[in-house]
Design a protein around this ligand. Structure first.
Ligand code: NAP
Length: 323
């Protein structure tokens, strides 16, 4: 039997239940993983609220984790019992032990501990996608990160700062101002109005080279209409804190901007891409591009407590669940 956090219905943290489940042995191409750390993602919140996928009563929550292989199915050749592994975007992560298809796993390097793996797999790759692969941030550029105290936002701000950009970080409350500074933001705005004003002042009305947006909804339109991104600049709408990102074609065209809304899974399409992608993320971590990472740790059975704190927008940075 293993402890899991299952979702019954859609709504607040009250739809989350702690249960004991029997998971059985791995099937032919599966692996049994004893999980050491589970990544908390805002995706889990959106899914709990019913914004991302249909209602499947009893679905085990979570999509990201790291741990040790305990058993393998008869056709698994890439992994052996005792291997350290990680994964992303595989439903069923909020569990002490779980079964998972072997081709969704990547081997975890010895120098990457389980907490760091669970902190960096989804969020580190998203930050890499934003600030390196899709828009290669250069020394001297000016960058706005709209959720600079969040998970992906903090890593993206740190990565942009490490690459030599001037980083303007926006946060939702005064309490998160210092966190954004610690994440490499040279200037911090509280709320979008303040961000629009500060960017106009700091860039003498030109706008920033690139905006990394985790808020979504109408944020891109607002920033385009306010001239917060420079003419011909780029907005990468990676997140949906307030709803799915929307940018009207008129606003985009008037600014001559490029607006992208990438999804990690479209870039990690198979085991080869996954393993190569994670190798890049861990290389960035080793060379200091993400700075020190010490995620907040919550007991797995207390996952609903973490979700409640997130609902109150009281959580900064990266959190992991520990079985
Ligand atoms: N594209 C991809 O493949 C991909 C990958 C990973 C994550 N994501 C998305 O990226 C976003 C950030 O993910 P994360 O896991 O790192 O979470 P997070 O940044 O730790 O949390 C979301 C942030 O959004 C802000 N927020 C929450 N509700 C809001 C609202 N109603 N209006 C405005 N801002 C609000 C909060 O910041 P403040 O309190 O400071 O405002 C909060 O810190 C999520 O939407 C997630 O789904 C996308």
């Amino acid at each position: 039997m293993t402890l899991v956090i299952a979702q019954y219905g859609q709504g607040g943290p009250e739809v989350m239940r702690v249960e004991d489940r029997d998971i059985g042995p791995p099937s032919t191409e599966q692996v049994e993983v004893e999980q050491k750390a589970i990544g908390f993602n805002y995706f889990d919140v959106l899914q709990r609220r019913g914004l991302l996928s249909g209602d499947e009563p009893g679905r085990v929550m979570g999509i990201e984790g790291a741990g040790v292989v305990m058993a393998i199915g008869p056709k698994v050749t890439d992994f052996a019992v005792g291997d350290r592994v990680g994964y992303l975007k595989s439903q069923g992560a909020y569990a002490g032990t779980r079964l998972i298809d072997a081709d969704l796993l990547f081997p975890l390097p010895r120098d990457i501990n389980f907490d760091i793996a669970a902190a960096l797999t989804v969020k580190g790759f998203t930050a890499f996608l934003c600030a390196v692969q899709l828009f290669e941030v250069q020394r001297g550029q000016t960058v706005l990160v709209t959720t600079a105290a969040g998970g992906v936002g903090s890593l993206t701000a740190r990565l942009a700062a490490h690459r030599g950009a001037h980083v303007i970080g926006a946060v939702g409350s005064e309490a998160k101002r210092e966190v954004a500074h610690e994440n490499g933001a040279n200037d911090v705005a509280v709320g979008l109005d303040d961000a629009i004003e500060q960017v106009a002042r700091l860039t003498a009305g030109t706008g920033v080279d690139v905006i990394f947006d985790g808020i979504g909804a109408a944020t891109a339109d607002r920033l385009l209409n306010a001239g917060t991104v420079r003419r011909g600049g780029t907005i990468i709408s990676f997140g949906a804190g307030a709803g799915w990102p929307k940018a009207s074609p008129d606003a985009v065209a008037l600014r001559g901007a490029t607006v992208l809304a990438p999804q990690v899974l479209n870039y990690l399409t198979g085991p080869t891409e996954l393993r190569a992608g994670m190798a890049k993320v861990f290389a960035l971590y080793r060379n200091g591009a993400f700075g020190e990472i010490s995620p907040a740790r919550y007991a797995l059975r207390e996952a609903a407590v973490l979700h409640a704190e997130v609902e109150h927008r009281a959580v900064s940075g990266i959190s992991v669940l520990v079985p």
